[in-house]
Design a protein around this ligand. Structure first.
Ligand SMILES: Cc1ncc(COP(=O)(O)O)c(C=O)c1O
Length: 396
C-alpha cells in the first residue's frame, strides 16, 4: 500500500546540513540550522544544565510516567518566566498549561486545540515565518493566510501593510506572532507596534498566538516578554507556545510548554481537560528529563542566576558577532550597507540577498545558508568572519 506515497524532497534546512557535512572544503561555513554555537563551532551543554543534571541523577528514584500535564515546578517556573510571577493571569490561576515535546509539540497541540474550538478558524502567519509553522497548522486541518511582515527592499517591517491586514481579520481567527527574535528575519516589533497589535485584537476580536522560541536572546529575559505580557494583560484570551531548546540549550530533550490564557479559572479548568485529551491522543505522556532540569534551574536561586548569566553570554556574543560581520563588510568595501544586521535580534539575520546569490556563495565559497538569505548568526566566529565577509563582498 505504501508504494503509492511518493518520496518527498529533502527539508530545505535539514537537507542543507547534509550537504554541508559532505562538503570537503576545509574552509566551509555552516550558517544553516538554528542551533547556538560557541567560538569553536560547538554546542556545549550549559553549566547550569550540567549541575541540574547531576542533582537529578542523584535524586531521581523512578521512571514511571509523570503527570499528564507535566512537571509541576517546570510549569510554574515557565509561567513566571514568560508572564512574570505577579501577572494577574498567573495569580488568578487563569493559564491552562501543559508540558510538551519541544516548542514544535506545543504548536501542534495548540493547533489541534484551536481546530476543536473553532474548526473554521484561519491562522494568520507573518510573511515570511518559520518554515515549519505552515505545515504544523495545515496538518491540524487549519487554513493559513499570510499577513505582510518583512520588506527586503527597505530591510524593515512593513508595519502599515501588516496592520491593514490585522485590522480586517475576523473575530476568533488566530494571529501568530513571534514573541521575540523573529525567525527568519530577526526583525522584531517595538513597544509602540505591540500596542497597535493589541488595539487591533481589541477591535476585531482575533486571538493572538505568540510563539516564543528565543526568550533572552533579543534584549533580555524580561524585555523579550514585553509583547506576551502586554497582550495577555489586556485581552481575555491569548495562546502561547514556548520552547526551551535554545535558551536552555535542551534541543534534543524536547522541552516546551503550551499555554492558553483564559478569562476565568473555571474556563482554565475545563480547557485543561481538553488540552490534556489532545496530548493523550498524540503521545500520551510528556517526557521527563528536560522539564525536570528546567524545574531544578528555575526553582534554585543560584542555578537560576547561573543560567541567566549564561543566557546573557549567548546574547552578548551574538550581538558582537553581528557587529563584527558588519564592520568586516565595511572594511572590505562591500557595495551594500549591512548596518541593518545590527538592529536585528536573536539568532537569525536576513542578509537580503537573492536566492541566486545565496546559491553562488555555497558553490564558490562553501558558505551554507538557506535560500531566503537567513543566516544563523551564532555560526559566525573570529576564525571564519573574514572568509564570510569576503565571500559576501564577492557575490554582491
Ligand atoms: C519560531 C520557532 N518556533 C518554534 C520552534 C520549535 O522549537 P523546538 O526545537 O523546541 O521544537 C523553533 C525552532 O527552531 C522556532 O524557530
Amino acid at each position: 500500500m505504501f508504494e503509492v506515497l511518493p518520496a518527498l524532497p529533502a527539508d530545505p534546512i535539514l537537507g542543507l546540513s547534509a550537504a554541508f557535512k559532505e562538503d570537503t572544503n576545509p574552509k566551509k561555513i555552516d550558517l544553516g540550522v538554528g542551533v547556538y554555537k560557541d567560538e569553536n563551532g560547538n554546542t556545549p551543554i550549559l553549566e547550569s544544565v550540567i549541575k541540574a543534571q547531576r542533582l537529578l541523577l542523584d535524586s531521581e528514584t523512578t521512571k514511571t510516567y509523570i503527570a499528564p500535564q507535566g512537571v509541576a515546578g517546570f510549569l510554574t517556573g515557565m509561567k513566571a518566566l514568560l508572564f512574570g510571577a505577579s501577572h494577574p493571569a498567573v495569580t488568578e490561576d487563569r493559564i491552562t498549561a501543559v508540558q510538551t515535546p519541544g516548542g514544535t509539540g506545543a504548536l501542534r497541540l495548540l493547533a489541534e486545540l484551536i481546530a476543536r474550538g473553532n474548526p473554521d478558524a484561519t491562522v494568520w502567519v507573518s510573511d515570511p515565518t518559520w518554515a515549519n509553522h505552515i505545515p504544523i497548522f495545515e496538518t491540524a486541518g487549519l487554513r493559513i493566510e499570510k499577513y505582510p511582515y518583512f520588506d527586503k527592499a527597505s530591510r524593515g517591517i512593513r508595519f502599515d501593510a501588516m496592520m491593514e491586514t490585522l485590522n480586517s481579520v475576523k473575530k476568533n481567527d488566530i494571529v501568530l506572532l513571534h514573541g521575540c527574535c523573529h525567525n527568519p528575519t530577526g526583525q522584531d516589533l517595538n513597544q509602540t507596534q505591540w500596542q497597535a497589535v493589541l488595539e487591533a485584537a481589541q477591535k476585531t476580536g482575533f486571538i493572538p498566538f505568540i510563539d516564543v522560541a528565543y526568550q533572552g536572546f533579543g534584549d533580555g529575559l524580561d524585555e523579550d516578554a514585553y509583547g506576551i505580557r502586554l497582550l495577555s494583560e489586556n485581552l481575555p484570551e491569548m495562546i502561547l507556545s514556548a520552547s526551551c531548546s535554545k535558551n536552555f540549550g535542551l534541543y534534543r530533550e524536547r522541552t516546551g510548554m503550551a499555554c492558553v490564557v483564559t478569562n476565568s479559572n473555571a474556563t482554565r479548568q475545563s480547557l485543561q481537560t481538553q488540552i490534556q485529551s489532545v496530548a493523550r491522543a498524540n503521545y500520551s505522556m510528556p517526557p521527563s528529563w528536560g522539564a525536570a532540569i528546567v524545574d531544578i534551574i528555575l526553582n534554585d536561586e543560584q542555578l537560576k542566576a547561573l543560567w541567566q548569566s549564561e543566557v546573557t553570554d549567548m546574547r552578548t556574543r551574538m550581538k558582537s558577532l553581528r557587529a563584527m560581520l558588519v564592520q568586516k563588510l565595511k572594511d572590505k568595501g562591500a557595495s551594500m550597507d549591512f548596518d541593518f544586521v545590527n538592529s536585528q535580534k536573536g539568532m537569525f539575520s536576513f542578509l537580503c540577498i537573492s536566492p541566486e546569490q545565496v546559491k553562488k556563495m555555497r558553490a564558490d565559497s562553501a558558505v551554507y545558508f538557506v535560500d531566503s538569505s537567513r543566516v544563523n548568526i551564532a555560526g559566525i566566529s573570529q576564525s571564519n568572519v573574514d572568509d564570510l565577509a569576503e565571500a559576501l563582498v564577492k557575490i554582491l
